[in-house]
Design a protein. Structure first.
Length: 212
């Protein structure tokens, strides 16, 4: 029989988990809104300052979301979940550093006008798109094997993960941002799939998960 102290401690731990999930849910919704703003600023407005700030804040919010997802799906396959956590957080932080690089150039443009070089930290979006997409594919698969998520949500994750990998390959091979083969998946991902994924995921995270 559990002692009153153990019961109280377990209750406090459960309350802490629920509080973090609500925080992560709000972070996911924020990431969805910021991702949409990033896409509008990058694809339509061509505003480097706005898209750099949006990417930076969105990347930081994404780290919280990745940790929350890991906590929910780790029981399904602990090893894969740990890899997804590690790779996802590295990708998000790499995206934040990339955003900081762009933000620095936007606020204080370098005297040399030849600035269209790949970021040394995130060349052609390797972390922002390629590695993030692979991490998302793994986490979405684990979500499909975990109770507590809408059945269709992992498939949105599959679609977004595949689009992110495709965008990275396009940025690596095509380079021209106005090429339809690159612009179309970027627009679909940024303006539709990414906001839907993060906002829907945020609403799901704010609901009590299994055993909570």
């Amino acid at each position: 029989m559990a002692s009153p102290t153990m019961t109280r401690d377990m209750g406090m731990e459960g309350a802490g988990s629920m509080s973090f999930d609500r925080f992560a849910g709000m972070a996911a919704i924020a990431a969805g809104v910021l991702g949409l703003l990033y896409s509008i600023a990058f694809v339509i407005l061509k505003n480097q300052l706005l898209y750099s700030i949006s990417l930076l804040l969105g990347a930081l919010a994404t780290t919280v979301v990745i940790v929350a997802l890991y906590r929910r799906v780790q029981a399904a396959e602990p090893g894969i979940a740990q890899v997804g956590l590690l790779v996802g957080v590295i990708a998000a932080l790499g995206s934040a550093v990339h955003a900081g690089y762009d933000l620095g150039n936007a606020i204080n443009p370098p005297p040399n006008s030849a600035t269209d070089f790949p970021s040394q930290v995130d060349p052609r979006g390797l972390l922002t798109f390629g590695i993030a997409g692979l991490s998302l594919l793994g986490l979405a698969w684990l979500m499909s094997r975990t109770t507590g998520f809408p059945k269709a949500l992992p498939y949105v994750g599959y679609l977004l993960g595949a689009l992110l990998v495709l965008i990275y390959l396009g940025r690596l091979i095509i380079l021209d941002p106005n090429n339809l083969a690159l612009l179309l998946p970027a627009a679909v991902a940024g303006l539709v799939v990414n906001p839907v994924w993060y906002i829907w995921l945020g609403l799901s995270l704010m609901k009590p998960g299994p055993n909570r």
